[in-house]
Design a protein around this ligand. Structure first.
Ligand SMILES: [Zn+2]
Length: 230
């Protein structure tokens, strides 16, 4: 859920705590971690894209929606590709939930990428900032009782954000991306992708219009999770 389903410095515990060091140590070997396993045309209401299926270690998979040449220096305008790394949010992306801004960010990102000579939206199945769909619904129940999103995750025994972008970085490399402009409000995501060996030449704000229902949620992301939301 949240780029909205995005993260924070407070997630240093657990696997995220060793992420940076691990990415550096394993960089050579990790280059083979992601494989492109399927590729097809994908016409959408935002424009024509290609869809690529990507697999990693057991249980790791992602879908990339892309256009143009992704390798650095080959874009027609010489600019690095515009990239959005989006975490799955069933309630937002599919059911148009206004508890978060995921669908708005997804649509905004596809619209922006469709205007570019090259870009990719990497869609990661890490629902609820990595805690899973059912646990996200449990957190919603706690939020209905008055907790904010960070407090609810904490009460369930999870970090505010359990996501790990190492596989995302390897998936982007498998697609040929080395340098990118990242559509995100999350400084931690920039840091994680750079730690994993990508060069983020620019962070492009991802600021679609948001509903009144998601305003409390967005304020929590800004106040407690370090997101840059203006
Ligand atoms: Zn969401």
């Amino acid at each position: 859920m949240f780029d909205s389903c995005e993260t924070t410095k407070t997630t240093g515990a657990g696997r995220s705590g060793t992420r940076t060091a691990g990415a550096r140590v394993n960089r050579g070997r990790a280059a083979k971690r992601a494989r492109l396993v399927a590729r097809a045309q994908l016409p959408t209401s935002f424009g024509n894209f290609k869809v690529v299926g990507i697999e990693g270690r057991p249980g790791e998979e992602a879908v990339a929606i892309l256009r143009g040449m992704l390798r650095s220096g080959k874009a027609r305008n010489g600019k690095a590709p515009l990239v959005r790394v989006h975490s799955q949010c069933l309630t937002g992306d599919v059911f148009t939930s206004e508890r978060c801004d995921c669908r708005a960010q997804l649509e905004f990102s596809l619209k922006q990428i469709a205007k570019e000579p090259s870009g990719v939206l990497l869609y990661l199945p890490q629902e609820g900032r990595g805690i899973g769909l059912i646990n996200k619904l449990r957190a919603y129940e706690l939020q209905d009782a008055g907790l904010d999103t960070v407090q609810a995750n904490s009460k369930l025994g999870f970090a505010a954000d359990s996501r790990d972008y190492e596989f995302a970085a390897e998936a982007l490399k498998a697609l040929g991306v080395r340098e990118l402009r990242l559509l995100s409000n999350n400084p931690d995501k920039v840091e994680q992708l750079e730690s994993a060996g990508l060069r983020v030449v620019e962070r492009v704000p991802c600021r679609p219009r948001t509903s009144r229902h998601s305003k409390f949620y967005l304020r929590t992301k800004k106040d407690k999770m370090g997101h840059l939301l203006g």
